[in-house]
Write a protein that binds this ligand. Structure first.
Ligand code: ATP
Length: 334
């Protein structure tokens, strides 16, 4: 089968999790999650161009984060998506993958997952369409955040986070995201969370007795088993289109663990709050911190202050919810 187009360009968006509840460790080694995803205007654009010089594939990255540590081989999530879908459909078309990267790398904003989702959609378009169930299956196999990047909007995710249900949402929410000069490995944050919970269940409360406190962030530690998290207030705030209520309700079970491993996260949270953000929220397993802000003007003031703050690498101003992955262009053969 030959390609229908000479090249196809697709876009998929970054995300934030206004709610992240980490449950028990499941038999497959993953934690049971309840999370709310919101897609953000900041987006990745992936172009697949059919190669006719005999090479299998190439990967090229452009945009503000092109110089970051991103693989250019088959472990690149966009290329991995193309290869998986080509295997699943049996349609092999060699392509040059170009990623225009606007979502910070390793920032818990799902940039790699957005690349995979955009690449899946682009390859599907290139070969004349793929059955929706097959596309969903390949998306899940690529990563827990990939199905959401395909759908976009606002969704409740359960299981590994990829069992998705749409959430009724009104209004627009303005976010400022501050990525960190430090690094946090996601498995290490999960291990730390398990450790903190084990200490709590033995009567030692690290929030009181040991973990650095998140000063002035209004992010109350709520990870203890005695006080379970609840997604209902976040869902209600989103349904009402009320940023102030959402600010009250956002929650991330990973906060204490991220702060325990990288205390600068607490410093950044405090800086944004003092600058007037409605609320600070660790993004996923961190170390990026998201700030919910009242409006765009407010976002600019806070972004300027955060840019000069210790521990902050990049600052992104954006808003949500945004759409799911979509085709932007398809260039016909000459
Ligand atoms: P998530 O929120 O989905 O957990 P993230 O936003 O924290 O992910 P990504 O930017 O998606 O992190 O990248 C995580 C790692 O994946 C990077 O450190 C990089 O080495 C690797 N990676 C593979 N492909 C890509 C890609 N296309 N873009 C970015 N990183 C990629």
């Amino acid at each position: 089968m030959s390609a229908r187009f000479a090249s196809v360009t697709a876009r998929a968006h970054g995300k934030i999790n206004p709610y992240l509840e980490v449950g028990d460790l499941m038999e497959d080694g993953y934690h049971d999650l309840v999370t709310v995803f919101q897609s953000l205007a900041v987006a990745e654009t992936v172009t697949l161009t059919v190669l006719s010089d005999g090479s299998e594939y190439t990967v090229d990255i452009t945009g503000p984060y092109a110089d970051e540590d991103i693989p250019r081989d088959a472990s690149n999530l966009a290329l991995a998506a193309v290869l998986r879908l080509s295997e699943a459909t049996g349609v092999h078309i060699p392509v040059a993958v170009t990623i225009d990267k606007h979502v910070p790398v390793a920032g818990g904003m799902g940039g790699g997952s957005a690349d995979a989702a955009a690449a899946l959609l682009a390859y599907s378009h290139l070969i004349g369409g793929v059955d929706e169930d097959l596309l969903a299956e390949v998306a899940s196999a690529l990563g827990a955040d990939v199905p959401f990047a395909l759908h976009g909007g606002t969704m409740l995710g359960t299981g590994h986070g990829d069992d998705l249900t749409p959430v009724l949402t009104r209004g627009t929410y303005h976010w400022v995201l501050a990525t960190s000069t430090g690094m946090l490995s996601t498995p290490a944050v999960y291990r730390k969370l398990d450790e903190l919970r084990a200490a709590r269940s033995e009567g030692f409360d690290p929030a009181v007795d040991g973990t650095p406190e998140v000063h002035g962030t209004s992010e109350a530690p709520r990870a203890s088993a005695a006080e379970p998290a609840d997604a209902a207030p976040v869902l209600a705030a989103l349904a009402h289109g009320d940023p102030a209520a959402l600010a009250e309700a956002v929650h991330n079970d990973m906060t204490d663990a991220a702060v325990a491993l990288l205390p600068d996260v607490a410093h950044v949270m405090g800086t944004g709050i003092r600058a007037g953000a409605l609320r600070a929220l660790v993004s996923g397993s961190g170390p990026t911190v998201g700030f919910l802000v009242a409006d765009d003007r407010h976002a600019l003031d806070i972004a300027v202050l955060l840019s000069a703050s210790r521990g902050v690498r990049h600052v992104v101003r954006t808003h949500g919810p945004a759409s799911g992955a979509e085709i932007l262009a398809a260039r016909p053969w000459e």
